[in-house]
Design a protein around this ligand. Structure first.
Ligand SMILES: Cc1cc2nc3c(=O)[nH]c(=O)nc-3n(C[C@H](O)[C@H](O)[C@H](O)COP(=O)(O)OP(=O)(O)OC[C@H]3O[C@@H](n4cnc5c(N)ncnc54)[C@H](O)[C@@H]3O)c2cc1C
Length: 457
C-alpha cells in the first residue's frame, strides 16, 4: 500500500477498527487450511457504506481486499495470498429480523451460525444446513462458500435457503438481489451468482434466509456391513423405498479401525458402517421411516443393526461419526480433508477408487461422509515437513479429483475451491464455462481487487 493509504483507511472505519500489528497480521494470514500469507492491514468495518468507501479507495490505488468471516474455511479462500487489506466482517453481526409469518430471517454476515440456531429455537424453527463448524463460522462465510452439512440429504445446502442479499460490489456500488418472498421469477438470478463466489465478486452485507419448522421427533440407528457393495446397495435401496433420511452417513473400514484402535470403540472388523437418522413431526412418522430403512439394511446383509432407544443412546451412536476426523488426525502430523461429491449411486465406486488411489502412495487415510448426498470426505495424513510425503499426498489428491470428475462428480460439495482446488477447476468445467466465469469476474471486478488469486480467476 502507498504511504498514507493505511491512515486513509483508518479514517473511514475509525482507529479502533483498524490494525496493522504484527500479531494480527500473523493471525489473519491463516484459515483452517495449510495455506498462509500475511496481509498488510485489517479492518473491522461496521457498515456497508464504510466497505463501499474502502473498495473505491482499493480501485484507485489499487490494493487487494479480502472479505473474511471466522476464518474456518478449509481451502485457503480467506488467505490474503496477494497481501492487501483484510475486511473482517465479525462486527457486522446483528440478527435484524425473524419473521415467522413470512418464514424468513434477515441477518448480517458476521452472525455465527449457532447464534441464529439459538434465536430460532424458541419459535420451533431452524436454518437447516448445519455445517460441523457451526459454533464458530459466520453466515456470511456460509453463503460465500455455499456451506453444507450432515442434513444435506434431506434439507439441501445454504444456496437452497438464500432468498436475497445486500452486496457491496467491487466498485463500491451497493445493491440488493432477490426478494423478501418464498419465490420470484424476476430477472436474472443475481443472488445465485454471489452464493458460493468466495468473496471474489462482492462483499455480502445482509442476507435474507428461508427458515424451516424444526421436526420434533427423530430416530437413530447404525448398521455394519461385511462388504462395501452391501452398504452401497443399501443406500440405493433406501432411495428406491421413497424414504429420505435426515442424515445418512457412511464410514469406511479404515475409519472403523481408527475408532477401534484410537478411541477404544468396540467395533468388529467390517468393511463399512452406516449411521442413519429419520425425522418427522410425530414419533410415529420418524419410526415408520426408520422401520423401512432397517428392513432395507436386513435385506442387504447388514450385521450389528442397532437402533437407539433413548437420546443418550443416539448420542453414543453419533460419537463414532463425530470422533472420526479427530481420531484419524492422530495418525499423522498434518492431514488434508477433501469433499468430493458424486451422484449418490456412485458412492461405493468412489469409496473403492479412493482406497485404491491412496493405498498406492502408502499414506494413512480414512474415508467417511454423507452417503445421503454423495459427498465423501477422504482424509489423508502426512508430514508437511517431508517433501516426499507432501508430494505423495498432492499426487493422491489430484488422482482423487480426476476419478471424481470421470464419475460425473464435482471437486467440492461444500468447502469450495479457494486456493487448494484452484488448479483443478478446469478438470470439472469446460473451456467455455471457465471463460464465462472469468468474464463475470472481469465485468464486476475489472481491477481484480476483490480476493485476487482464488478460484483460478
Ligand atoms: C472443524 C471444521 C469443520 C467444518 N465443517 C464444515 C461442514 O460441515 N460443512 C461445510 O460446508 N464446511 C465446513 N467447514 C469449512 C468452513 O467452516 C465453511 O467453509 C464456512 O462456511 C466458512 O465460514 P467462515 O465464516 O469461517 O468464512 P471464512 O473462512 O472466513 O471465509 C470463507 C470464504 O468466504 C468469503 N467470505 C466470508 N464472509 C464474506 C462476506 N460477508 N462477503 C463475501 N465473502 C465472504 C471469504 O473471502 C472466503 O473466500 C469446516 C471447517 C472446520 C475447521
Amino acid at each position: 500500500m502507498k504511504t498514507g493509504t493505511k491512515e486513509a483507511i483508518a479514517g473511514v472505519v475509525g482507529k479502533n477498527n483498524f490494525t496493522d500489528s504484527l500479531i494480527d497480521m500473523v493471525s489473519y494470514s491463516y484459515d483452517a487450511s495449510d495455506h498462509n500469507h500475511r496481509p498488510e492491514a485489517a479492518v473491522w468495518p461496521t457498515s456497508a457504506e464504510q466497505i463501499s468507501k474502502i473498495l473505491v479507495m482499493a480501485n484507485e490505488e489499487p490494493f487487494p481486499v479480502i472479505p473474511r468471516g471466522a476464518g474456518t474455511g478449509l481451502t485457503g479462500a480467506a488467505v490474503p495470498v496477494k497481501g492487501g487489506l483484510i475486511l473482517d466482517l465479525c462486527r457486522i453481526n446483528k440478527i435484524l429480523d425473524i419473521r415467522i409469518g413470512d418464514r424468513l430471517a434477515v441477518v448480517q454476515p458476521g452472525v455465527v451460525y449457532s447464534d441464529l440456531e439459538k434465536a430460532l429455537a424458541p419459535y420451533g424453527f431452524f436454518f437447516p444446513p448445519d455445517p460441523a463448524s457451526g459454533k464458530v463460522c459466520t453466515l456470511g462465510g456460509n453463503v460465500a462458500t455455499n456451506a453444507g452439512g450432515i442434513r444435506g440429504a434431506k434439507y439441501g445446502v445454504t444456496r437452497d435457503y438464500v432468498l436475497g442479499l445486500e452486496v457491496v460490489l467491487p466498485d463500491g456500488r451497493i445493491t440488493r438481489t432477490g426478494a423478501n418472498c418464498m419465490k420470484t421469477s424476476s430477472g436474472y438470478d443475481l443472488t445465485r451468482i454471489f452464493v458460493g463466489s468466495e468473496g471474489t465478486l462482492g462483499v455480502i452485507t445482509e442476507i435474507i434466509l428461508k427458515i424451516d419448522p424444526r421436526p420434533t421427533a427423530t430416530r437413530t440407528a447404525r448398521a455394519l456391513f461385511p462388504s462395501l457393495k452391501d452398504a452401497g446397495q443399501s443406500v440405493t435401496a433406501i432411495t428406491h423405498s421413497g424414504i429420505i433420511p435426515s442424515v445418512l452417513e457412511i464410514l469406511d473400514c479404515n475409519t472403523i479401525k481408527v475408532l477401534r484402535e484410537q478411541a477404544g470403540m468396540d467395533f468388529p472388523d467390517v468393511e463399512a458402517m452406516i449411521l442413519v437418522e429419520t425425522d418427522g413431526y410425530t414419533e410415529g412418522e420418524a419410526s415408520f421411516q426408520m422401520e423401512k430403512i432397517i428392513e432395507v439394511f436386513r435385506e442387504n446383509n447388514a450385521t450389528g443393526i442397532q437402533e437407539a432407544e433413548s437420546a443418550a443412546e443416539a448420542e453414543e451412536l453419533w460419537r463414532a461419526r463425530r470422533s472420526a476426523g479427530s481420531m484419524a488426525a492422530k495418525l499423522g502430523i498434518n492431514n488434508v480433508s477433501e469433499d468430493v461429491t458424486v451422484p449418490m449411486s456412485r458412492v461405493p465406486d468412489l469409496l473403492e477408487r479412493i482406497s485404491g488411489i491412496v493405498a498406492k502412495y502408502d499414506l494413512p487415510f480414512v474415508i467417511f461422509g454423507h452417503a445421503g448426498d454423495g459427498n465423501l470426505h477422504p482424509r489423508i495424513m502426512y508430514d508437511r515437513s517431508d517433501p516426499e510425503q507432501t508430494l505423495q499426498m498432492e499426487k493422491a489428491v489430484e488422482e482423487i479429483f480426476m476419478a471424481t470428475c470421470e464419475m460425473g462428480g464435482t471437486l467440492t460439495g461444500e468447502h469450495g475451491i479457494g486456493l487448494a482446488k484452484a488448479p483443478y477447476l478446469k478438470l470439472e468445467h469446460d473451456a467455455v464455462a471457465m471463460d464465462l466465469m472469468r468474464s463475470v469476474k472481469k465485468m464486476l471486478d475489472p481491477n481484480n481487487i476483490l480476493n485476487p488469486g482464488k478460484m483460478s480467476l
